[in-house]
Design a protein around this ligand. Structure first.
Ligand SMILES: Nc1ncnc2c1ncn2[C@@H]1O[C@H](COP(=O)(O)OP(=O)(O)OP(=O)(O)O)[C@@H](O)[C@H]1O
Length: 279
Protein backbone atom coordinates (compact mmCIF):
# COMPACT_ATOMS: atom_id res chain seq x y z
CA UNK A 1 0.00 0.00 0.00
CA UNK A 2 2.74 2.49 0.98
CA UNK A 3 6.21 3.16 -0.37
CA UNK A 4 9.27 3.72 1.89
CA UNK A 5 8.65 5.12 5.39
CA UNK A 6 9.12 8.86 5.76
CA UNK A 7 10.14 8.47 9.41
CA UNK A 8 11.78 5.49 11.08
CA UNK A 9 12.26 5.37 14.84
CA UNK A 10 14.49 2.73 16.38
CA UNK A 11 14.92 1.89 20.08
CA UNK A 12 14.02 5.34 21.36
CA UNK A 13 14.77 5.49 25.05
CA UNK A 14 14.18 8.33 27.48
CA UNK A 15 14.97 8.01 31.14
CA UNK A 16 14.67 10.52 33.93
CA UNK A 17 17.53 9.75 36.31
CA UNK A 18 21.00 8.30 35.85
CA UNK A 19 20.17 4.66 36.53
CA UNK A 20 22.07 2.33 38.86
CA UNK A 21 23.59 -1.13 38.88
CA UNK A 22 20.09 -2.58 39.36
CA UNK A 23 18.57 -0.99 36.29
CA UNK A 24 21.24 0.07 33.78
CA UNK A 25 21.24 -3.27 31.94
CA UNK A 26 17.94 -3.40 30.13
CA UNK A 27 17.94 -7.20 29.82
CA UNK A 28 18.11 -7.70 33.58
CA UNK A 29 16.60 -4.53 35.01
CA UNK A 30 13.90 -4.94 37.61
CA UNK A 31 11.38 -2.14 37.56
CA UNK A 32 8.09 -1.44 39.26
CA UNK A 33 6.12 -0.48 36.16
CA UNK A 34 8.85 1.69 34.60
CA UNK A 35 10.42 2.91 37.83
CA UNK A 36 13.62 1.71 39.54
CA UNK A 37 12.99 1.59 43.27
CA UNK A 38 16.70 1.45 44.06
CA UNK A 39 17.72 4.73 42.43
CA UNK A 40 14.46 6.46 41.49
CA UNK A 41 15.16 6.45 37.73
CA UNK A 42 12.04 6.50 35.59
CA UNK A 43 12.19 4.88 32.16
CA UNK A 44 9.55 6.99 30.37
CA UNK A 45 10.19 5.47 26.92
CA UNK A 46 11.76 2.04 26.50
CA UNK A 47 12.91 0.73 23.14
CA UNK A 48 10.22 2.38 21.06
CA UNK A 49 10.51 1.49 17.37
CA UNK A 50 8.09 2.20 14.53
CA UNK A 51 7.80 3.40 10.95
CA UNK A 52 5.59 6.23 9.68
CA UNK A 53 4.66 6.08 6.01
CA UNK A 54 3.83 8.95 3.63
CA UNK A 55 0.21 10.02 3.99
CA UNK A 56 -0.36 7.75 6.98
CA UNK A 57 -1.91 8.68 10.32
CA UNK A 58 -0.30 6.77 13.16
CA UNK A 59 -2.14 6.81 16.49
CA UNK A 60 -0.31 6.48 19.81
CA UNK A 61 -2.65 5.56 22.64
CA UNK A 62 -2.07 4.80 26.29
CA UNK A 63 -3.03 5.88 29.77
CA UNK A 64 -1.65 8.97 31.48
CA UNK A 65 2.05 8.50 32.20
CA UNK A 66 2.58 5.83 29.53
CA UNK A 67 5.19 8.00 27.77
CA UNK A 68 3.21 9.35 24.80
CA UNK A 69 4.12 13.02 25.20
CA UNK A 70 7.72 12.24 26.13
CA UNK A 71 8.11 10.27 22.91
CA UNK A 72 6.65 13.12 20.88
CA UNK A 73 8.84 15.70 22.66
CA UNK A 74 11.93 13.64 21.84
CA UNK A 75 10.99 13.40 18.16
CA UNK A 76 10.27 17.14 18.01
CA UNK A 77 13.57 17.91 19.84
CA UNK A 78 11.83 19.58 22.79
CA UNK A 79 13.63 17.00 24.89
CA UNK A 80 16.86 15.01 24.31
CA UNK A 81 16.63 11.24 23.96
CA UNK A 82 18.71 9.06 26.28
CA UNK A 83 19.49 6.77 23.34
CA UNK A 84 18.02 5.58 20.07
CA UNK A 85 17.89 6.53 16.44
CA UNK A 86 15.43 8.14 14.05
CA UNK A 87 15.70 8.72 10.32
CA UNK A 88 13.74 11.05 8.06
CA UNK A 89 13.73 9.86 4.49
CA UNK A 90 13.85 13.08 2.54
CA UNK A 91 16.69 13.74 0.06
CA UNK A 92 18.45 16.20 2.42
CA UNK A 93 18.24 14.09 5.57
CA UNK A 94 18.25 10.42 4.58
CA UNK A 95 20.77 8.14 6.26
CA UNK A 96 21.51 10.40 9.23
CA UNK A 97 20.28 9.80 12.77
CA UNK A 98 18.32 12.99 13.53
CA UNK A 99 19.00 12.67 17.26
CA UNK A 100 22.71 13.14 16.56
CA UNK A 101 22.30 16.18 14.34
CA UNK A 102 23.54 19.68 15.21
CA UNK A 103 21.20 22.28 16.71
CA UNK A 104 21.12 24.01 13.32
CA UNK A 105 20.04 20.83 11.51
CA UNK A 106 17.38 20.17 14.14
CA UNK A 107 16.10 23.72 13.63
CA UNK A 108 15.96 23.03 9.88
CA UNK A 109 13.81 19.95 10.53
CA UNK A 110 11.46 21.88 12.81
CA UNK A 111 11.17 24.71 10.30
CA UNK A 112 10.81 22.69 7.10
CA UNK A 113 9.80 19.11 7.90
CA UNK A 114 7.76 19.14 11.10
CA UNK A 115 4.58 20.76 12.30
CA UNK A 116 3.52 20.46 15.94
CA UNK A 117 0.20 21.00 17.66
CA UNK A 118 0.51 20.85 21.45
CA UNK A 119 -2.23 19.97 23.90
CA UNK A 120 -1.71 23.34 25.54
CA UNK A 121 -1.90 26.17 22.96
CA UNK A 122 0.39 28.27 25.20
CA UNK A 123 3.26 25.99 24.14
CA UNK A 124 2.57 26.38 20.43
CA UNK A 125 1.44 30.01 20.17
CA UNK A 126 2.84 33.35 21.23
CA UNK A 127 -0.15 34.70 23.09
CA UNK A 128 1.06 38.31 22.77
CA UNK A 129 1.31 38.10 18.94
CA UNK A 130 -1.73 38.41 16.67
CA UNK A 131 -2.95 35.18 15.01
CA UNK A 132 -1.59 36.36 11.71
CA UNK A 133 1.68 37.29 13.45
CA UNK A 134 1.98 33.79 14.87
CA UNK A 135 1.75 32.30 11.41
CA UNK A 136 4.15 34.88 9.96
CA UNK A 137 6.69 33.93 12.64
CA UNK A 138 6.69 30.34 11.38
CA UNK A 139 6.75 31.44 7.73
CA UNK A 140 9.79 33.64 8.40
CA UNK A 141 11.54 30.76 10.18
CA UNK A 142 10.89 28.68 7.05
CA UNK A 143 12.68 31.25 4.89
CA UNK A 144 9.81 33.43 3.63
CA UNK A 145 10.62 37.12 3.22
CA UNK A 146 7.86 38.68 1.17
CA UNK A 147 5.47 40.48 3.54
CA UNK A 148 2.54 40.62 1.09
CA UNK A 149 2.83 36.93 0.30
CA UNK A 150 3.08 36.03 3.97
CA UNK A 151 -0.07 37.99 4.77
CA UNK A 152 -1.94 36.31 1.92
CA UNK A 153 -0.74 32.84 3.02
CA UNK A 154 -1.65 33.55 6.66
CA UNK A 155 -5.15 34.68 5.69
CA UNK A 156 -5.70 31.57 3.60
CA UNK A 157 -4.50 29.31 6.42
CA UNK A 158 -6.74 31.05 8.97
CA UNK A 159 -9.68 30.81 6.59
CA UNK A 160 -9.01 27.09 6.13
CA UNK A 161 -9.27 26.54 9.88
CA UNK A 162 -12.41 28.71 10.07
CA UNK A 163 -11.00 31.69 11.96
CA UNK A 164 -13.03 34.76 10.94
CA UNK A 165 -10.64 37.09 9.12
CA UNK A 166 -11.94 40.15 10.96
CA UNK A 167 -10.33 38.59 14.07
CA UNK A 168 -6.96 37.72 12.53
CA UNK A 169 -5.21 40.70 14.12
CA UNK A 170 -6.41 39.65 17.58
CA UNK A 171 -4.12 37.90 20.03
CA UNK A 172 -5.08 34.24 20.51
CA UNK A 173 -5.32 34.84 24.28
CA UNK A 174 -8.77 36.35 23.53
CA UNK A 175 -9.92 33.22 21.72
CA UNK A 176 -11.79 30.17 23.00
CA UNK A 177 -9.86 26.91 23.47
CA UNK A 178 -11.15 25.48 20.18
CA UNK A 179 -10.17 28.64 18.27
CA UNK A 180 -6.71 28.61 19.84
CA UNK A 181 -6.25 25.01 18.68
CA UNK A 182 -7.36 25.98 15.19
CA UNK A 183 -4.80 28.83 15.08
CA UNK A 184 -2.16 26.37 16.28
CA UNK A 185 -3.12 23.98 13.49
CA UNK A 186 -2.91 26.82 10.90
CA UNK A 187 0.53 27.76 12.24
CA UNK A 188 1.72 24.15 12.22
CA UNK A 189 0.67 23.77 8.58
CA UNK A 190 2.17 27.04 7.36
CA UNK A 191 5.49 25.52 6.23
CA UNK A 192 3.72 22.66 4.38
CA UNK A 193 5.30 20.06 6.65
CA UNK A 194 5.39 16.46 5.42
CA UNK A 195 5.10 15.33 9.07
CA UNK A 196 2.61 16.72 11.60
CA UNK A 197 2.56 15.86 15.32
CA UNK A 198 -0.68 16.25 17.24
CA UNK A 199 -0.43 15.84 21.02
CA UNK A 200 -3.81 15.41 22.78
CA UNK A 201 -5.20 18.26 20.66
CA UNK A 202 -8.81 17.84 21.74
CA UNK A 203 -8.26 17.12 25.44
CA UNK A 204 -9.98 19.69 27.61
CA UNK A 205 -12.31 20.95 24.87
CA UNK A 206 -16.11 20.66 24.93
CA UNK A 207 -17.48 17.67 23.04
CA UNK A 208 -18.91 19.74 20.17
CA UNK A 209 -15.68 21.72 19.86
CA UNK A 210 -13.72 18.45 19.92
CA UNK A 211 -15.81 17.19 17.02
CA UNK A 212 -15.09 20.38 15.02
CA UNK A 213 -11.34 20.13 15.59
CA UNK A 214 -11.32 16.41 14.69
CA UNK A 215 -13.30 17.09 11.50
CA UNK A 216 -10.81 19.80 10.62
CA UNK A 217 -7.84 17.46 11.11
CA UNK A 218 -9.53 14.71 9.13
CA UNK A 219 -10.22 17.16 6.26
CA UNK A 220 -6.62 18.41 6.29
CA UNK A 221 -5.31 14.87 6.14
CA UNK A 222 -7.67 13.98 3.28
CA UNK A 223 -6.81 17.12 1.29
CA UNK A 224 -3.08 17.41 1.95
CA UNK A 225 -2.08 13.79 2.61
CA UNK A 226 0.33 14.77 5.38
CA UNK A 227 1.84 12.01 7.53
CA UNK A 228 0.60 12.47 11.07
CA UNK A 229 1.39 11.11 14.51
CA UNK A 230 -1.64 11.55 16.73
CA UNK A 231 -1.14 11.06 20.46
CA UNK A 232 -4.24 10.59 22.57
CA UNK A 233 -5.51 8.75 25.61
CA UNK A 234 -8.94 8.81 23.94
CA UNK A 235 -9.77 5.79 21.78
CA UNK A 236 -12.55 7.70 20.01
CA UNK A 237 -9.97 10.18 18.68
CA UNK A 238 -7.70 7.33 17.58
CA UNK A 239 -10.58 5.45 15.97
CA UNK A 240 -11.60 8.54 14.00
CA UNK A 241 -8.15 9.59 12.81
CA UNK A 242 -5.60 6.81 12.82
CA UNK A 243 -4.87 4.25 10.09
CA UNK A 244 -2.52 2.33 12.35
CA UNK A 245 -2.26 2.35 16.13
CA UNK A 246 0.44 1.72 18.68
CA UNK A 247 -0.51 1.05 22.30
CA UNK A 248 1.95 2.20 24.97
CA UNK A 249 2.09 0.97 28.54
CA UNK A 250 4.78 2.02 31.02
CA UNK A 251 6.87 3.42 28.19
CA UNK A 252 6.80 0.26 26.06
CA UNK A 253 4.91 -0.70 22.92
CA UNK A 254 2.65 -3.56 23.92
CA UNK A 255 0.50 -3.80 20.80
CA UNK A 256 0.38 -2.37 17.30
CA UNK A 257 -1.56 -2.91 14.11
CA UNK A 258 -4.24 -1.48 11.87
CA UNK A 259 -6.54 0.63 14.04
CA UNK A 260 -9.63 -1.46 13.24
CA UNK A 261 -7.74 -4.61 14.09
CA UNK A 262 -6.39 -3.24 17.41
CA UNK A 263 -9.78 -1.90 18.47
CA UNK A 264 -11.93 -4.78 17.21
CA UNK A 265 -9.67 -7.62 18.26
CA UNK A 266 -7.26 -6.42 20.95
CA UNK A 267 -4.66 -9.03 21.85
CA UNK A 268 -2.95 -7.62 24.95
CA UNK A 269 -4.83 -7.70 28.25
CA UNK A 270 -4.27 -3.97 28.80
CA UNK A 271 -5.63 -3.07 25.33
CA UNK A 272 -8.61 -5.30 25.99
CA UNK A 273 -9.31 -3.40 29.23
CA UNK A 274 -8.93 -0.09 27.41
CA UNK A 275 -11.32 -1.11 24.62
CA UNK A 276 -13.90 -2.95 26.71
CA UNK A 277 -14.10 -0.18 29.31
CA UNK A 278 -15.71 1.92 26.58
CA UNK A 279 -18.42 -0.60 25.78
N1 LIG B 1 10.84 16.22 33.19
C1 LIG B 1 10.48 15.10 33.78
N2 LIG B 1 11.11 14.64 34.88
C2 LIG B 1 10.78 13.48 35.48
N3 LIG B 1 9.79 12.67 35.03
C3 LIG B 1 9.11 13.07 33.95
C4 LIG B 1 9.41 14.29 33.26
N4 LIG B 1 8.56 14.41 32.20
C5 LIG B 1 7.78 13.31 32.23
N5 LIG B 1 8.10 12.51 33.27
C6 LIG B 1 7.48 11.23 33.62
O1 LIG B 1 7.54 10.39 32.47
C7 LIG B 1 6.38 9.56 32.42
C8 LIG B 1 5.72 9.70 31.07
O2 LIG B 1 5.14 10.99 31.00
P1 LIG B 1 4.36 11.49 29.69
O3 LIG B 1 3.95 12.90 29.95
O4 LIG B 1 5.16 11.19 28.51
O5 LIG B 1 3.10 10.54 29.70
P2 LIG B 1 1.79 10.64 28.82
O6 LIG B 1 1.49 9.27 28.38
O7 LIG B 1 1.96 11.68 27.77
O8 LIG B 1 0.73 11.10 29.89
P3 LIG B 1 -0.20 12.41 29.90
O9 LIG B 1 -1.20 12.19 28.81
O10 LIG B 1 -0.79 12.43 31.27
O11 LIG B 1 0.74 13.57 29.63
C9 LIG B 1 5.49 9.99 33.59
O12 LIG B 1 5.68 9.10 34.65
C10 LIG B 1 6.01 11.36 33.94
O13 LIG B 1 5.81 11.65 35.30
Amino acid sequence: MYEEPILQVRNLQKQFGTGCIECRQKETRKLVKNFCKSCGTLYACQDISFDLYPGEVLGIVGESGSGKSTMMQCLYFDSDVSSGEAYIHTPDLAGKNIFEMSAQQKRFIRNYVYGMVYQNPVQGLKMNFSSVGNIAEKLIAAGNKHVGQMEATSKKLLENVHIPLHRMKEEPRNFSGGMQQRVQIAKALSNNPPILFLDEVTTGLDLSVQANVLDLIKGIQRDLGISMIVVSHDLAVIRMLADRTIVLLNGKIIEEGLTDQVLEDPQHEYTQQLVYSLL
